[in-house]
Structures are given as structure tokens and as C-alpha cells.
Design a protein around this ligand. Structure first.
Ligand SMILES: Nc1nc2c(ncn2[C@@H]2O[C@H](COP(=O)(O)OP(=O)(O)OP(=O)(O)O)[C@@H](O)[C@H]2O)c(=O)[nH]1
Ligand SMILES: [Mg+2]
Length: 238
């Protein structure tokens, strides 16, 4: 199965080389990487070009003019990966919060399901053990908030470590997705659930980023809090 890992990047120069070697040391056949870089000032995009040359046919890069958010980065990434023939697409962050070593298990779990969620909130999954209580609480609260308002059955609906079958993404009206920050993950999950698509969850340990800076900010959090309510009205027809 031709599997493309899509990684959006903004200033991940410290993480990208480590990520590329972690991914290509996995024993997964037919794996390729698509980096979607938003003109990172730290040169991540150029670095990705260098990897593209070093791993011909295995690494590709989509360059965008500036920081335009996670949501559109993934939508453009999905489109390109599908045009290039991907049969499955995996979303993940570049900061090692999503453990690359879980990818084989996610791929093995895919048959019989429309997608696989790398999950912090099922038995065996967890968030960084060194996070202060408020941070653990905020993460759990955000997930509970979205699940409850939208009536979602999956346990981790805010995480961004997910494997999709090509057919699943093709069945979804991706041109209607409007979220820009990480609430994009909730919107995808909600649309898929409205369509009756089904996901299995594989437990992951979500470690805090060790290198580079977080892109989380108050605007992205506000967007998430409000957007969840908007979603209720936006997809009544599905
Ligand atoms: N292309 C692109 N990538 C982005 C953008 N914002 C974040 N990213 C990438 O998306 C992934 C997740 O971003 P993080 O900064 O880790 O955000 P987060 O995981 O929500 O926050 P932390 O828990 O603090 O790490 C990383 O690979 C980022 O480089 C963006 O606007 N454009
Ligand atoms: Mg992160």
C-alpha cells in the first residue's frame, strides 16, 4: 500500500532531519514523505528540498508563500498526495509528539476501518508525564468539550496523528473545511462521523516537543472554542 506521510512544517529545522531518519528507518514498505512548508524563516523548506534530492521519489515538498495554518496545509497536502497516487495518508506533527514507531501498528490496523487515530485517550495512551496538571487538564478538557458538543464517539478527536484511506478522504467534502488552526482535526473527525465513517484507535504516548518552538497561541485556541459550535450548524445536510 503506497503510504504518504504528510508533515506540515513551520520552523522545524531542528526536528526535520531527525524525523526523516526516524521515518525511513521504519520497516514499512512503500513509504514516502510530503513536507508542506510555509516559507519557514529558519530554512526548513530548503532543508526539505535537500532531502528531496537525497531520497529521490521518497521525499517531496510543497512550498507555500507564508504561514497559512495547519488546516490548509493538510488540505493541499492531501490533494497532492492523492494526485501522486497515495493509497493511504498519514498526518503527523514534526516535533516528535507523535511517535514514529507507532506507524507500523497504525498501518496494520487499517484494514476493515476507514481510518486509524493515534490516541492519547484510550487504555494504554497518555500525554507527557512531565506536563503540569493544568496542561494535562487543558488537553483533556479540550477533547471532552469537542466530543460532547459534537456527540463524537471516538476518544481522541483533537489529536493530529491519523491515518486515512484514500477512499475515505475522497468521500469527504474537503472543499468545505474552513478551520485553520488545530481545530481542523476536530472538523475532519466531525465530518467523517456525520458521513458514518468509522475509525479504530491505537494508543500513543504524546510527548511534549523537545526541540523548536510551539506554534500554539491564543488566537488558535479561540478559533477552536468557537468553531466547535459553528460546526454543529455547518454540516446539517450530511
Ligand atoms: N505548514 C504549516 N505548518 C504548521 C503551521 N502551524 C504549525 N505547523 C506545524 O504543525 C505541527 C504542529 O505544530 P505545533 O507547534 O507542534 O503545535 P501543537 O502541537 O499544537 O503545539 P505544542 O503542543 O505546543 O507542540 C508542527 O509540525 C508545526 O511545524 C502552519 O501555519 N503552517
Ligand atoms: Mg506539537
Amino acid at each position: 500500500m503506497k503510504t504518504t506521510i504528510i508533515i506540515p512544517t513551520f520552523n522545524e529545522a531542528e526536528n526535520l532531519p531527525k524525523m526523516v531518519s526516524a521515518l525511513f528507518s521504519l520497516s514499512v514498505p512503500d513509504l514516502s514523505l510530503l513536507v508542506v512548508d510555509d516559507n519557514s524563516p529558519d530554512g526548513t523548506g530548503q532543508m526539505a528540498e535537500d532531502f528531496k534530492r537525497a531520497y529521490p521519489g521518497k521525499v517531496d515538498v510543497l512550498h507555500r508563500a507564508g504561514k497559512m495554518g495547519l488546516g490548509t496545509a493538510y488540505l493541499e497536502g492531501f490533494k497532492k498526495a492523492m494526485a501522486d497516487g497515495a493509497e493511504a495518508m498519514l498526518q503527523m506533527d514534526c516535533d516528535f509528539s507523535h511517535p514514529p514507531e507507532k506507524i507500523p501498528e497504525m498501518i496494520q490496523s487499517l484494514p476493515g476501518w476507514d481510518g486509524v487515530i493515534g490516541s492519547r485517550y484510550i487504555a494504554g495512551g497518555s500525554v507527557d508525564k512531565d506536563w503540569p496538571l493544568w496542561r494535562k487538564g487543558l488537553s483533556a478538557w479540550g477533547n471532552f468539550y469537542a466530543r460532547t458538543i459534537l456527540g463524537l464517539k471516538n476518544r481522541d478527536v483533537t489529536g493530529g496523528f491519523r491515518l486515512w484511506k484514500r477512499e475515505t478522504l475522497l468521500a469527504m467534502p474537503l472543499n468545505r473545511i474552513r478551520s485553520s488552526g488545530y481545530v481542523f482535526q476536530v472538523e475532519l473527525c466531525y465530518v467523517a462521523t456525520r458521513l458514518g465513517l468509522r475509525f479504530t484507535e491505537v494508543p500513543i504516548y504524546f510527548a511534549d516537543r523537545r526541540w523548536g518552538k510551539s506554534k500554539m497561541n491564543r488566537r488558535i485556541m479561540m478559533e477552536a472554542a468557537l468553531r466547535v459550535w459553528q460546526l454543529l450548524g455547518a454540516y446539517r445536510d450530511l
